[in-house]
Design a protein around this ligand. Structure first.
Ligand code: GSH
Length: 204
């Protein structure tokens, strides 16, 4: 089994985290790479968009990070997929939230503050997008209430994409509202060794 993509990518982190939770062993290609280092003609044969991650499971190519999260859970760790419909729809809902709604402002703020030199940052735009991002995490905070995890009492695939996003959000040097429910949930994720190992690495 091979996982392609640098470990500083949030999308690769989601894949590595679920693979870690499933106790898999794999060869990690370009783990320490940089933005764009994966983009070779050989890689484009397995991922024509030259995006990371790609999982190669004995010849089966799995692309799109949330598809990898679902695939790994389905095949190797079905305990991570909620069994009852109400829990399952919430897990799916918040996975989609991360890859659609939340991804846009989080990527913008992250790229501006972490990957753009200070003299090239659009500070006016940044402050507007930080507000959008804070509102978006406030929605998650309100949803969580006093739930232990996204789908209820058990950790599931529904925690993985939002959990990786929450690490990034809480690590950014920005002002945030007080989000007590989000913090309580996040502290439970921090207790998981694979979250620490695959996600909680310096932003770069
Ligand atoms: N929807 C895709 C997005 C993948 C994506 O945009 N990956 C970024 C990194 S987070 C990428 O490949 N960037 C080029 C690079 O880092 O070389 C997924 O979830 O897998």
């Amino acid at each position: 089994m091979k996982l392609y993509g640098r470990n500083t990518s949030i999308n690769v982190q989601k894949a590595a985290w679920v693979m870690g939770e499933a106790e898999l062993n794999w060869e990690w290609i370009d783990k320490e790479g940089g933005v764009g280092t994966i983009d070779t003609p050989q890689y484009r044969k397995i991922n024509p968009a030259a995006k990371i991650p790609t999982l190669d499971d004995n010849g089966l190519l799995v692309r799109q990070s949330n598809t990898i999260v679902r695939y790994v859970a389905r095949k190797y760790a079905p305990q991570l997929i909620p069994r009852d419909d109400p829990a399952w729809v919430e897990a799916e809902r918040w996975m989609e939230w991360q890859s659609s709604d939340n991804r846009v402002p989080l990527t913008k703020v992250f790229w501006t503050l972490i990957r753009t030199p200070e003299n090239k940052r659009n500070m006016e735009e940044l402050s507007l997008v930080i507000n959008v991002l804070n509102d978006d995490f406030t929605l998650l905070d309100e949803y969580l209430g006093n739930k232990k995890y996204i789908a209820g009492d058990e950790f599931s695939i529904g925690d993985i994409p939002p959990g990786a996003a929450a690490y990034r959000y809480l690590s950014l040097p920005i002002e945030r509202p007080v989000l007590t429910n989000l913090q309580n949930w996040y502290q439970k994720l921090v207790e998981r060794p694979k979250f620490k190992e695959m996600v909680m690495i310096p932003l770069a």
